[in-house]
Design a protein around this ligand. Structure first.
Ligand SMILES: [Zn+2]
Length: 180
């Protein structure tokens, strides 16, 4: 059991996301980000499958065939597009990603920056979160709403090209003001 290491990993991640969220005025989300990771359903699994260099959910998934911790997590945290997967309104649509409120798209963006920083360490650059997203985007299909995907992609591109200060200012002044 790597309880202490896992506890520190969660705190470190929450601290990174909180700082970024505060910079764009998302105080409540900054404070409450990923709170369910402290619940027994997620915390104990995180300790048992602690990896250090990747998510313990991946290890749990490989061993059990599914990750109970992740299913618990994505059902409770609105900054994950997986939270918003539901039956589409169209008759033949099946299960699709619904359009996410903009404030959660921004929190998802901050979450991705924090994860890239943690896993890349000194190799991190502002272009990394975009690269990571583009590698996986094609596989998402209709599981993420097209407007949600477009906004996330736009912010990631802006980050890669113009850096945090400009992108965060744009989010504060343009994205969050209009989106609510
Ligand atoms: Zn999360």
């Amino acid at each position: 059991m790597k309880a202490w290491q896992h506890f520190c990993t969660i705190n470190h991640h929450k601290m990174l996301v909180m700082k970024s969220c505060f910079r764009v005025g998302l105080y409540r989300q900054g404070l409450l980000h990923d709170m369910s990771k402290y619940s027994p359903s997620e915390f104990l699994v995180g300790c048992r499958y602690y990896q250090g260099d990747r998510s313990p959910n991946n290890a749990e998934r490989e061993i059990k065939g599914y990750s109970a911790a992740w299913l618990h997590h994505k059902g409770r945290n609105k900054h994950h597009y997986e939270y918003w997967i539901d039956y589409g309104l169209g008759k033949d649509e099946g299960i699709v990603g619904m359009k996410m409120p903009v404030k959660y798209v921004v929190e998802m963006f901050m979450d991705r920056i924090a994860a890239s920083k943690t896993y890349q360490k000194e190799n991190y650059t502002d272009a990394h979160p975009l690269m990571y997203y583009e590698q996986g985007a094609a596989k998402l299909g209709s599981m993420i709403h097209k407007d949600t995907a477009a906004l996330l992609h736009k912010l990631l591109k802006m980050l890669a090209e113009e850096g945090e200060d400009k992108t965060f200012a744009y989010i504060r002044k343009n994205v969050l003001k209009k989106g609510f």
